[in-house]
Design a binder for this molecule. Structure first.
Ligand SMILES: Nc1ncnc2c1ncn2[C@@H]1O[C@H](COP(=O)(O)OP(=O)(O)OP(=O)(O)O)[C@@H](O)[C@H]1O
Ligand SMILES: [Mg+2]
Length: 285
């Protein structure tokens, strides 16, 4: 969506479709929105301009709008370029709900700048937020942020891929089964999985620490060789890292059946009575 119009604007001219001006990435915290924007910038080799709330909001009258105009001008002069507005809700909140004059003017300026963008396809504005409902609705109108992409909570297959990435450089014991870990980490977002891998790795270090003479200049190779991250390290880490997504709303049905719940027969019966789903027939909770 972003790369193609940047590389070959003629394709879009040919089919008579305007390339997107703005793309809004939204989804829960830690799902990789900022990461994706940075990856896109890297892949497209474009001039990357990052805008963040505190940098834009100045204390003098007109200062914030001036800075915004300056950044958009820079983007137009250095095409192809990407303007990335992270946490866009902080610089473009709903105008009717904010009390500050500055915020209102910044939102209006942003709208004007997006409407005025001439080099369609050559300049793309990517914005990210985890609160899409609190940004000014005018920004989400077609012609501004034309496209909205939800960056959701990963499913088991996604979690496996993320774990693969974050354990890439780690000396894992053969027994470590990332597939299994991916299965049991329901509700973990990318950032949680990264923390999980790091936490497990730290445990392997803690285990080896008594063998290390910290006074020595260099740790001998055979000691380094001994460092492996075990299945148990992951199990222990799992006890500590909490899934962010479950703190908000549960959006995915876990793959757990009544058979996975041991004992508790009377409770199961009670739930059955209350919900009215035949546990045995249904297979799922
Ligand atoms: N899909 C993913 N693949 C690999 N790593 C991920 C993924 N999602 C998140 N991460 C890890 O989590 C970290 C945090 O992700 P990121 O900052 O992009 O989240 P975000 O969606 O921008 O969150 P927020 O809404 O809080 O700003 C990343 O630096 C990365 O290490
Ligand atoms: Mg972010």
């Amino acid at each position: 969506m972003i790369e193609l119009p940047m590389r070959h604007p003629e394709l879009f001219e040919k089919i008579g479709v305007e390339a997107p001006k703005g793309v809004l990435l939204y989804g829960p915290p830690g799902t990789g929105k900022t990461l994706i924007a940075k990856a896109v910038a890297g892949e497209t080799n474009s001039h990357f301009i990052s805008i963040s709330g505190p940098e834009i909001i100045g204390k003098f009258y007109g200062e914030s709008e001036e800075r915004l105009r300056e950044l958009f001008k820079q983007a137009e002069e250095n095409t192809p370029s990407i303007i990335f507005i992270d946490e866009v809700d902080s610089i473009a909140p709903k105008r009717e709900e904010v009390t500050g004059e500055v915020e209102k003017r910044v939102v209006s300026q942003l709208l004007t700048l997006m409407d005025g963008m001439k080099s369609r396809g050559k300049v793309v504005v990517i914005a990210a937020t985890n609160r899409p409902d609190s940004i000014d609705p005018a920004l989400r109108r077609p012609g501004r942020f034309d496209r909205e992409i939800e960056i959701g909570i990963p499913d088991a297959a996604g979690r496996k891929e993320i774990l693969d990435i974050h354990t890439r450089g780690m000396p894992l014991e053969d027994k470590v089964n990332l597939e299994q870990i991916a299965k049991v980490t329901h509700g973990f977002v990318g950032a949680d999985l990264e923390t999980l891998a790091k936490e497990a790795a730290m445990r392997s270090l803690r285990r080896i620490l008594p063998d290390i003479d910290l006074e020595e200049e260099k740790i001998p190779a055979e000691v380094l060789q001994k460092i492996v991250i075990t299945e148990n390290d992951f199990k222990d880490a799992l006890k500590e890292v909490r899934p962010s997504a479950l703190r908000e709303v549960l959006v995915q049905v876990p793959n757990v059946t009544w058979e996975d719940v041991g004992g508790l027969e009377s409770l199961k019966d009670e739930l059955y009575e209350a919900v009215g789903v035949a546990p045995k027939a249904q297979g799922g909770i």
